[in-house]
Design a protein. Structure first.
Length: 285
C-alpha cells in the first residue's frame, strides 16, 4: 500500500510539472513513437506510464551503482537545468556539469584532473597574498584563468575517478558527453523529449526536458535514490571494516602440515643421512 501511495504521489507531481507535454509534432523523432500517447493541438503528449517506468528503473539502477561505491555525474548545460542541478546534486555529494561539456572530460580525464590541480594552485595564491606579488597584467590573466576553470569544472572538482553512470538532461544538447560515456562503457540515463533519440542512452526517461518543474521532479527523485544508495554504501563499508578488524584480531591457525612438522621429534644424525639417501634413490627411480 505504501509503495502504491508513493507511486500515485509521484505521478501527480509529474503531471502537475507538465512532464507529459512534448515538442511540436512537426519536430518529433520517430524513434520516440512508442513513448507518445496522443497528439493534441500540434503537440505530442507523452505517455506518463512510460515516464514513470523509466524513472523507477533509473532510481533502482542509480541506488545500486552508488551502493557499490561509484559516483554519478549529472550533465545539464541548458539554462533550465543549471540551478536545479547545482542545488540538488551537490546536496547528495555527487557531481554535475552545468556550463559546458569540455571535449575529453571523460576520455581525457587525466588532463581534466591536471586543470583542476591548476585551479587549486591559483586559489592557493589568491588566499596567500591575493596576487599581490604579481603585476597588474599578470594578476588579471591569472584571475581570468581561475574564473574560466572554476566555471567549467567546479561541479566535478571532487570527481577523482570516472563516474559509475551519467545522467543527461536533453540528449540532443549533450551528445558529446553521451559519445564519450559510450566509448568508455559508462551507463547513461537521460530525460528525453519527443525530439530526442532514446536509443543513444541505456535508460531513457521520456518527458519534457524544457520545463524547470519537470526537470526538478526527475532530478529530485533520482537524488533520493542516490541518498539511499549512499546509506547502503556506508553500511557496507562499516561491515567490511568490522570484518577486517575481526580477521586481524583472530589468531592465525597453522596448517596440519606445519603443526605436524613442529610437533615431530628431531631426527638423529644417522636417521637424517638414511632419510637423505632414501629420498635420492626415490627421485632417481
Amino acid at each position: 500500500m505504501a509503495d502504491t501511495a508513493t507511486e500515485n504521489t509521484l505521478v501527480k507531481d509529474l503531471i502537475e510539472a507538465g512532464i507529459h507535454f512534448g515538442q511540436r509534432s512537426s519536430a518529433w523523432n520517430p524513434k520516440m513513437n512508442r513513448y507518445i500517447y496522443d497528439r493534441r493541438n500540434g503537440i505530442h503528449i507523452i505517455d506518463i506510464k512510460e515516464t514513470v517506468k523509466g524513472l523507477l528503473l533509473s532510481k533502482r539502477f542509480l541506488a545500486k551503482v552508488v551502493a557499490d561505491g561509484k559516483d554519478i555525474c549529472f550533465v545539464g548545460t541548458k539554462r533550465q537545468a543549471k540551478d536545479i542541478l547545482e542545488e540538488r546534486v551537490k546536496d547528495v555529494g555527487m557531481h554535475c556539469v552545468t556550463e559546458r561539456w569540455l571535449g575529453g572530460m571523460l576520455t581525457n580525464f587525466r588532463t581534466i584532473r591536471t586543470r583542476l590541480k591548476r585551479l587549486e594552485e591559483l586559489e592557493a595564491i589568491e588566499q596567500e597574498d591575493n596576487f599581490a606579488s604579481y603585476s597588474k597584467k599578470m594578476e588579471s590573466q591569472l584571475r581570468r584563468e581561475m574564473s574560466k576553470i572554476s566555471r567549467n569544472l567546479d561541479g566535478v572538482r571532487a570527481m577523482d575517478k570516472l563516474p559509475g553512470a551519467l545522467m543527461i538532461i536533453d540528449v540532443k544538447r549533450e551528445m558529446t558527453a553521451i559519445r564519450e560515456a559510450r566509448k568508455l562503457g559508462i551507463p547513461t540515463i537521460a530525460l528525453i523529449d519527443t525530439d530526442g533519440a532514446p536509443d543513444v542512452v541505456d535508460i531513457p526517461i521520456p518527458g519534457n526536458d524544457d520545463s524547470m518543474r519537470s526537470i526538478d521532479v526527475v532530478v529530485r527523485e533520482l537524488c533520493k535514490s542516490i541518498a539511499e544508495g549512499k546509506q547502503g554504501r556506508s553500511l557496507s563499508e562499516a561491515a567490511n571494516k568490522d570484518g577486517e578488524g575481526e580477521a586481524a584480531a583472530a589468531p592465525r591457525r597453522r596448517s596440519k602440515r606445519a603443526q605436524y612438522a613442529a610437533d615431530a621429534p628431531t631426527p638423529a644424525p644417522e636417521a637424517e643421512a638414511e632419510g637423505g639417501s632414501t629420498a635420492t634413490a626415490t627421485t632417481e627411480g
